[in-house]
Each structure stands twice: as C-alpha cells, then as structure tokens.
Design a protein around this ligand. Structure first.
Ligand SMILES: Nc1ncnc2c1ncn2[C@@H]1O[C@H](COP(=O)(O)OP(=O)(O)O)[C@@H](O)[C@H]1O
Ligand SMILES: [Mg+2]
Length: 242
C-alpha cells in the first residue's frame, strides 16, 4: 500500500485527507461533489452537516470505498485508498473503519451479541485488539451504550429504534477502529435521546482513541463536536453547476 502525497508524516496525523475529489453518479450529467480539500485530524470529532440530498451519504460511500471518485485522492490513516483493488479495500475497511448506517443494517438472523461481533469475523486486527473474551467486550460496549441487559436475548427485530442504534454503535466500535463514521444515526430519536446517545458514543470514542465523523442534517447537534463542517461550503460542485 502506498502512502499519500509527498510527506507521509503530515498525512499520518490525519485519519482522513481528501484532495481534489471529483465524483458524479453514473448517468448523471455533472459532478455531485468537488471537494478541493478536507481533512480530519487524529482524535478529532467532526460534525458534517448539509441538507437532505446535498451529497453527505455519497461522500461517505467514497470514504468507505463503496463508490469510487472519477478523480482525486482519499487517504485514510496515511494509506491512499483510491485506486486500491476491491479486496484490498475491503480488508482495509474491515480493519480500520467502524460505520453506523442510517438504517443500522442489523442482521435479523444473528443475536444482538453476534451482530456486535460481526467486524471481528472479518478482521483479525479488530479481534486481536480486544483483550480477553470478545463476547464479554461486546456486552461491555452494549452496557456502556446503555442497552438494557434484557435486550441481549431478544431478536434484533424486536428492539426499539433507540435500542437498535445502540447495537449498531457497539458493532461499529468493537475492536477499536481508528475511524468511526456515522450517517445520521440519530434521525429517528427525539432530541434529548440524540444528545445523550452522542455523549455515550463520544465517551467510547475517547476510550478507544477513535476519531469520529458524524453526519447529520440536524445542525442543533453541532455544538457537541470539536468542529462543524458544512458540505454546501466544502463542496464546490454546486457552485460550478449554477
Ligand atoms: N446510488 C445512487 N445512484 C444515483 N444517484 C444517487 C445515488 N445515491 C444518491 N444519489 C443522488 O445523489 C444526490 C445526493 O444524495 P445523498 O448523497 O444521499 O444526499 P444526503 O445524504 O445529503 O441526503 C441526490 O440527488 C441523490 O438522488
Ligand atoms: Mg444521507
């Protein structure tokens, strides 16, 4: 794997570096995103805001390697991920990225604990960063995120949205990934619950030394974060298209 740019030491302080990124969805006439530069420093907790349809989820799909940009570079943890072969990218993602999906994407045929342990199946690095029993660590995280113990034996389909969200967060955090990305995970919760959940999530990020990129259209949450980034400001494609 190659290091991004001319100075690896500079990049290694960032968990995310984006340079001159251009992206359009197939069959679209023009770019949805043109991001000249963006970075997230190690340990930073950033809030990425933007109205619905502004391209937040599209940007996350580029960061996670689900989509590929037409041009530009994405460097994660000092490793340039743009241009990686798919298998290499999947491996890198499993080792280094925790992801909370908007709809949580829990697997209905797995128990709560097995859902949380899923990343450990795909990544030896995540498994090995856990000291002791991995199921105990899953339960510790679920407890730290305030999932009631009675939920552990229930099918995930019977959990409330708030409870599913805690399971999804524990799954993203297991094995201490250096980067956690969350795509509007609180949009179904009321305001007090949103803030309480974000505080628990941040506490666990601090424990694991995990940097956080949290995406939401609800700008009332931005004061909880180290930094707030407005995608409509960051993205030059919209202005170019006008
Ligand atoms: N898989 C896709 N294929 C084509 N266009 C898409 C796809 N996903 C999203 N888009 C389009 O990209 C734009 C931005 O969407 P999205 O990234 O989901 O915004 P946000 O997450 O900010 O609501 C929208 O116009 C949407 O229709
Ligand atoms: Mg979205």
């Amino acid at each position: 794997m190659c290091l991004g740019g001319g100075n690896p030491a500079v990049y290694s302080m960032n968990v995310i570096t984006i340079d001159n990124l251009h992206f359009r969805w197939q069959d679209q006439p023009r770019d949805l995103l043109h991001i000249p530069h963006f970075s997230l420093a190690k340990g930073e907790k950033a809030f990425l805001k933007g109205p619905s349809g502004s391209g937040k989820s599209s940007l996350l799909s580029l960061l996670t390697g689900i989509s590929e940009p037409q041009s530009g570079e994405i460097t994660l943890l000092g490793t340039q991920v743009t241009g990686m072969k798919p298998a290499q990218r999947d491996h890198f993602r499993a080792d280094n990225l925790g992801y909370i999906f908007q709809m949580f994407n829990l697997l209905p045929y797995l128990s709560v604990v097995d859902n949380v342990l899923l990343p450990c199946r795909f990544s030896r690095q995540r498994r090995q960063s856990i000291q002791g029993d991995i199921a105990d660590e899953a339960k510790r995280l679920l407890d730290a995120l305030h999932l009631p113990t009675s939920c552990l034996t229930r099918p995930v389909t019977q959990l409330s949205i708030g409870q599913q969200q805690r399971v999804a967060a524990a799954r993203a955090l297991i094995g201490k990934p250096p980067l956690l990305i969350a795509d509007e995970p609180t949009s179904a919760l009321d305001h007090d619950n949103r803030e309480a959940f974000i505080e628990l999530l941040m506490h666990e990020c601090d424990n694991a030394e995990t940097s956080l990129l949290f995406v939401s259209h609800d700008h009332t949450l931005e004061r909880l974060f180290d930094r707030s980034v407005d995608l409509t400001q960051l993205n030059q494609a919209v202005q170019e298209a006008v």
